[in-house]
Design a binder for this molecule. Structure first.
Ligand code: PHE
Length: 374
């Protein structure tokens, strides 16, 4: 088709896109400026769309080319003011441009979304082969551990665990253990008194002897009695006002001092090691006769003498003795027929020896730096 330069043929040509000109509104003239501008903007928009690669840029693009103030939309808005014979063509063109832009936007939006998703999936990839971080684990208190070892060793030797109350009467804590009110031995146990006549916090686990015997007499009894004891004392590196004890008692016929020695040696060797040396020293407790204390060879200096054993080479670990006839009787046994032994130890002292801990106050100080070591 030849160039239509100011043609006057009156020939209406439906084609809008003849590059150089067109028939328009009955006149042969240059393509109206407003239409070529729309097309230029369309081409520019489509070209710039390919550079858009995120959500925000998409929004901006939409605003620029399809928003209220965009050229296309303004064209629609201005149709009423355009010459009548141009309106149809202009409207059609604007529609086509708008449609082309919308289709392109839709396609490109999908592409951007896909790319973003792919990116997200790749960047958030979980490496399942990465070793996990172990959660911080709590542990058993060193005293719980030692108590359990003591229970296990005595269990092996046929002793059951038997629990008795922390709050006792003066009767059980003292009187029935052969410690009457006037007895000077009361001085061995500085006592916390609880409200109420003759109610005390037990100063030792020995009152459990009476409970255990009374519940079993006249059958033989072989139990250990673990638990907290309380003493109204000056707190120091060696003594606390609250501490554990484990009482050991065996009552039956023909139980001898030799049985006691054998049992306690067996216990100590299982707890520390098979060739630890022990000795029994004569001692005094109102509820045992004869009474003794058991020492183990000092671990720190192996008996040579050091500051821990105060140069003696020995460390005291428990008190013991043959149950006093008066106490057996209070427990419901005929002392002419029955005999028995008893021992009492402090598990904190034992832990201190096992772990070379130099201050008893660490046990109930609740410092995780200490507790975490066991
Ligand atoms: N109860 C005593 C104390 O607390 C220890 C002991 C128990 C001694 C049993 C002899 C027999 O020191």
């Amino acid at each position: 088709m030849p160039a239509n330069v100011g043609g006057t043929t009156g020939n209406k040509c439906p084609s809008l896109f003849v590059g150089t000109g067109l028939f328009f509104g009955g006149f042969m003239e240059e393509k109206p400026k407003i239409i070529s501008e729309l097309e230029e903007t369309r081409d520019k928009a489509l070209a710039s769309l390919s550079q858009v690669n995120d959500e925000e840029a998409l929004q901006n693009w939409r605003r620029d080319y399809l928003g209220k103030a965009s050229q296309v939309m303004l064209t629609f808005a201005s149709l009423g003011q355009q010459p009548k014979d141009m309106r149809a063509l202009l409207g059609q063109t604007a529609n086509q441009v708008k449609q082309a832009l919308e289709v392109a936007l839709e396609e490109h939006t999908q592409r951007v979304k896909q790319t973003a998703l792919l990116h997200k999936v790749q960047s958030e990839q979980v490496d399942v082969t990465l070793p996990g971080r172990a959660p911080v684990q709590g542990g058993l208190h060193p005293q719980t551990q030692v108590m359990r070892r003591i229970f296990a060793i005595f269990a092996e030797m046929g002793f059951q665990v038997y629990r008795t109350p922390d709050v006792e009467s003066d009767l059980y804590n003292f009187e029935l253990l052969n410690i009457p009110a006037y007895h000077p031995a009361r001085d061995m146990w500085d006592t916390f008194h609880v409200e109420g006549e003759g109610v005390v916090l037990r100063t030792h686990t020995s009152p459990g002897q009476i409970h255990a015997m009374r519940q079993n007499a006249p059958k033989p009894v072989r139990v250990i009695l673990p638990g907290m004891c309380y003493r109204y004392e000056q707190i120091s590196a060696r003594s606390e006002i609250q501490f554990n004890q484990v009482e050991v008692i065996a009552v039956g016929k023909n139980i001898t001092f030799g049985d006691m020695k054998g049992t306690l040696n067996g216990f100590v060797r299982r707890l520390f090691n098979a060739d630890v040396r022990t000795r029994l020293r004569p001692s005094y407790f109102p509820f045992t006769e004869p009474s003794a204390e058991m020492d183990v060879e000092c671990f720190v200096c192996a008996g040579k003498g050091c500051s821990v054993c105060k140069s003696s080479g020995w460390l005291e670990i428990l008190g013991c003795g043959m149950i006093h006839p008066a106490v057996l009787e209070n427990g419901g046994y005929d002392p002419r027929v029955f005999s028995g032994f008893a021992a009492g130890m402090g598990p904190e002292r034992i832990s201190m020896l096992l772990h070379k801990i130099e201050d008893i106050r660490y046990f109930w100080g609740n410092d995780v730096r200490f507790l975490g070591q066991f």
